[in-house]
Design a protein around this ligand. Structure first.
Ligand code: ADP
Ligand code: ADP
Ligand code: MG
Length: 476
């Protein structure tokens, strides 16, 4: 039943493309990168065994399923890995793969379609007996229906894009007036960002924790969970810092969540790696959505369980049974991922793209860096601002905090502004340190982005050297 995957086309860019190249290399699988011209100098292009251009437009090539599947066939690839973002949750890529006899590394087109539609997903979960956030039974036709639903559910409510992702197309409304104002805005955002005007409504869970469960499912009916991640540190519904396991839930709740996630995956006939996201308030759990792909923060689950999730995806796609049973999966210590974004925290997190003049990676015990940047690399302005994932692991929470601070101090990233020093402020905050935080933490602490930059003596030396070199007309 099991087939052999020999060559994989990676339909993505940046750090996740490189992450997949690495998994392929260890599994003795050839990797093929595809890139648009602004990414010509990307590290994933250099590191893949082969690379092909998708043309000069920064985006259209990455978003064209027909072109990508045809290229996979032409270059002799037997499988496609979609990474996250781009086409990863586009059922058309999975469908075309099936049609052309290329293995799609992910669940079926049908499951992607169903779970990518948040109202369909909510329906499927309700049927399966998984508690969902209270909300409208389906999509909202117009503002009248929205107002009626809101008075039934009770304010505050969230208006959300049905096909949304990446934290966009979500707005909180505290009363009727706000709902009238925000409703058309979400529709317009949804249309622009996701090509669909469909929106629905959920009760706004006030100050919840975002807890998600990583699952793995094979073709033979085995479904297991790899415990949870706490992604409550968010800014505008986008994750900044993730932690595994959650430092603020009980073992009892941990097991309850794991079981619910497995139930959710089983109910829809899931295959491959996936994530079930929940909102948590007190001990109440609500299903929010399922992401049918590898997630940005899969890394921290790998650090605590020792399981290479991308390699598991490759094995599952080849038809192999899971390497583990629920009883043989365990976790140890804590891991934290800091999403280092090319943004200026002191200027409302304005994107800060440009040339990386100097980059020295952090290292030492328990430190992992997933990135595709290097000294001299110019970050193109067309994509996500996340430029580096700093991942740390330690045996206990206090050591983890110390290690995260030390790892940020270790790192030098010059030429652009980043969120690294902002994270130092979060790491020092008493509420964060005492494991008491929820999704309102970042918004409630605007003062944390008004820190003063302390210069490292070595940075001053670097700047001085650069000035002298420039003065002397030495180019580097
Ligand atoms: P994760 O759920 O893995 O934490 P994010 O929500 O941060 O991931 O999204 C990862 C990337 O995928 C981001 O670049 C985001 O913009 C993109 N993305 C996620 N979902 C969608 C979607 N439905 N449509 C378009 N882009 C998406
Ligand atoms: P996306 O597909 O963009 O990831 P999600 O539905 O996962 O969207 O929501 C993203 C974030 O928005 C959540 O992690 C949470 O912080 C917030 N959020 C979403 N729905 C609700 C809700 N009903 N109540 C409170 N917060 C919510
Ligand atoms: Mg989400």
């Amino acid at each position: 039943m099991s087939q052999v995957i020999k060559k994989v086309l990676i339909a993505n860019r940046g750090e996740i493309a490189l992450r997949i190249v690495r998994a392929c290399a260890e599994a003795n699988i050839r990797s093929v990168a595809v890139y648009t011209e602004p990414d010509r100098y990307g590290l994933f292009v250099k590191r893949a065994n082969e690379a092909y251009s998708l043309g000069s437009d920064p985006l259209t090539g990455y978003l064209d399923p027909t072109r990508i599947v045809n290229l996979a066939v032409e270059t002799g690839c037997d499988a496609i890995h979609p990474g996250y973002g781009f086409l990863s949750e586009n059922p058309e890529l999975a469908r075309l793969c099936a049609e052309k006899g290329v293995t799609f590394i992910g669940p079926s087109a049908e499951v992607i379609r169903r779970m990518g539609d948040k109202t369909q997903a909510r329906l499927a979960m309700t049927e399966a007996g998984v508690p969902v956030t209270p909300g409208s039974p389906g999509n909202l036709d117009d503002i009248e229906q929205a107002l009626a639903e809101a008075s039934r559910i009770g304010y505050p409510v969230m208006v959300k894009a049905t096909s949304g992702g990446g934290g966009r197309g979500i707005r909180r409304c505290d009363n009727e007036e706000e709902l009238r104002k925000q409703f058309p805005r979400v529709i317009s955002e949804a249309t622009k960002a996701f090509g669909s005007a469909e929106v629905f409504m959920e009760k706004c869970i006030v100050n919840p924790k975002h807890i998600e469960v990583q699952i793995l499912a094979d073709r033979h009916g085995n479904v297991i969970h790899l415990y949870e991640r706490d992604c409550s540190i968010q800014r505008r519904n986008q994750k900044l810092i993730e932690i595994a396991p959650s430092p603020q839930i009980s073992d009892e709740l941990r097991h309850r969540l794991g079981k619910l996630a497995v139930k959710a995956a089983r109910a829809v006939g899931y295959e491959s790696a996936g994530t079930v996201e929940f909102l948590l308030v007190n001990e109440d759990v609500y299903f929010m959505e399922m992401n049918t792909r590898i997630q940005v923060e899969h890394t921290i689950t790998e650090q605590i369980t020792g399981i290479d999730i991308v390699q598991e995806q490759l094995r599952i796609a080849a038809g192999a049974p899971l390497n583990f049973s629920q009883e043989t999966v365990s976790f140890r210590g804590y891991a934290m991922q800091l999403r280092i974004n090319a943004e200026d925290p002191k200027n409302d997190f304005l994107p800060s793209f440009g040339r990386i003049t100097h980059y020295y990676a952090p290292g030492g015990p328990g430190v992992r860096v997933d990135t595709a940047i290097y000294t001299g690399y110019e970050i193109p302005p067309f994509y996500d601002s996340m430029c580096l994932k700093l991942i740390v692991w330690a045996l206990d929470w206090e050591s983890l905090l110390a290690r995260a601070q030390r790892a940020i101090d270790d790192m030098r990233l010059h030429g652009i502004r980043t969120t690294a020093n902002y994270y130092q402020q979060i790491l020092q905050h008493p509420d964060f340190r005492s494991r008491e935080f929820d999704t309102s933490f970042v918004a409630n602490h605007p003062e944390l982005s008004r820190y003063s930059d302390k210069k490292h003596p070595s940075d001053v030396a670097l700047a001085l050297a650069a000035a002298i070199a420039a003065y002397a007309g030495i180019s580097n």
